[in-house]
Design a protein around this ligand. Structure first.
Ligand code: PAF
Length: 284
C-alpha cells in the first residue's frame, strides 16, 4: 500500500528503528499514538496533540487480539488502513506502524504484562477478564519499540489510561503518558470506532449515555450522595428499555475504587445498546 506524502508506512517491525532514530535527538523527540485503526476525529486529536509537542509522531494501527475476550468483536472490528492513511495525510511527519498479529506475537511469544491492582479488576476489568492484561502487554511492547517518547491516549477509555499509567510507572518505562480529552459528536456521543456498529435508530438513542452522566453530575451538584445520583442516572439511562447498563458509578479518578475525600472523582458508565457496548465518563 502506498501512503500519502509525509507518511512512512511500515507494515512490519523491520525498519522501525531506522525510521525512528533520526527523530530521537530532535527537539520534542518522539510522540506515540497507539490505536487499533478505524480512525476518527478522536484519534486525530491525539495526533494533533503529539504534533504540537513532538518532532515526529509514530501512530500504531494494530487490532490487538489479546485484549479481546471470547465472543467479543475481534473478528468484525473495522480494519480500514487505506482510509486511515488518507485521514492522517497532512499530519506529518508521521511514521505509521501497521504490523500483523504474527509480527507482534510471533511463535513462542510467552510474555504477558498484567497490572495486579484492584484498579484493573473493577468495571471494564470485571466485565472483560483478561482485557487489561492484553492492553498492558501490547502497550508495553509498543512503548518498548518506540523507546523514549510521549504517548498519547484518549480519556474516553479512562480506566485504560489509569492502568497504562500504573504499568509505565511500575516498569519505569521511559515514556510520558499523556491523557487527552474526549472528543464528542455534536449531540454529545463520545467518538469511538465502535459507534460504526450502531444502526440508525441506535445512533439516535446513543447520546443518552452521556446525558445520564450529565444527570448524575447535576444530582451530585444538587447534593445527592454518589449512590443516589448514580441510581437516578441509571434509571434514566434504562428508561424506554433500549439501554442495559453494565455500570454507572462514581469512583476515585485514579484508583477507580470508592471516592477518597479531597481527591478527583470520575463518573463512569458502560451500557449495551443493542449488540454494541458503549462506555463514557466525566470528571465529577
Ligand atoms: O485504546 C485502544 O485503541 C487500544 O486499547 C490500544 C491502547 C491501542 C491498545 O491496543
Amino acid at each position: 500500500m502506498r501512503p500519502p506524502r509525509g507518511i512512512t508506512l511500515l507494515q512490519g517491525l523491520s525498519g522501525l528503528e531506522a525510521s525512528l532514530a533520526p527523530w530521537r535527538s530532535r527537539r520534542g523527540g518522539l510522540g506515540l499514538v497507539p490505536t487499533m485503526g478505524a480512525l476518527h476525529a478522536g484519534h486525530l486529536s491525539l495526533v494533533a496533540q503529539s504534533r504540537r509537542r513532538s518532532a515526529c509522531t509514530l501512530v500504531s494501527i494494530f487490532v490487538n487480539p489479546t485484549q479481546f475476550g471470547p465472543g467479543e468483536d475481534y473478528g468484525r472490528y473495522p480494519r480500514t488502513l487505506a482510509a486511515d492513511l488518507k485521514l492522517l495525510s497532512g499530519q506529518g511527519p508521521l511514521i505509521v506502524l501497521a504490523p500483523s498479529a504474527a509480527d507482534m506475537y510471533p511463535a513462542g511469544h510467552a510474555t504477558r504484562v498484567s497490572v495486579e491492582s484492584p484498579l484493573a479488576q473493577v468495571l471494564e476489568g470485571a466485565h472483560r477478564p483478561g482485557h487489561f492484561a492484553g492492553v498492558a502487554t501490547v502497550v508495553a511492547k509498543l512503548l518498548s519499540l518506540a523507546g523514549p517518547c510521549t504517548a498519547f491516549f484518549g480519556e474516553k477509555d479512562w480506566q485504560q489510561l489509569q492502568v497504562i499509567r500504573r504499568m509505565a510507572q511500575d516498569l519505569r518505562l521511559p515514556a510520558k503518558i499523556h491523557g487527552c480529552p474526549i472528543i464528542r459528536e455534536a449531540d454529545g456521543l463520545a467518538m469511538s470506532s465502535r459507534n460504526a456498529y450502531l444502526s440508525a435508530g441506535e445512533r439516535a438513542l446513543a447520546p443518552r449515555l452521556k446525558a445520564s452522566l450529565d444527570l448524575a453530575l447535576a444530582r451530585l451538584k444538587a447534593g445527592d450522595s454518589g449512590a443516589a445520583a448514580c441510581r437516578k442516572a441509571r434509571a434514566f439511562l434504562e428508561r424506554g428499555g433500549h439501554f442495559k447498563a453494565g455500570y454507572l458509578v462514581l469512583a476515585d479518578a485514579e484508583t477507580l475504587q470508592a471516592p477518597r475525600k479531597g481527591k478527583p472523582r470520575r463518573l463512569l458508565a458502560a451500557a449495551a445498546l443493542g449488540k454494541t457496548r458503549l462506555i463514557d465518563n466525566l470528571a465529577a
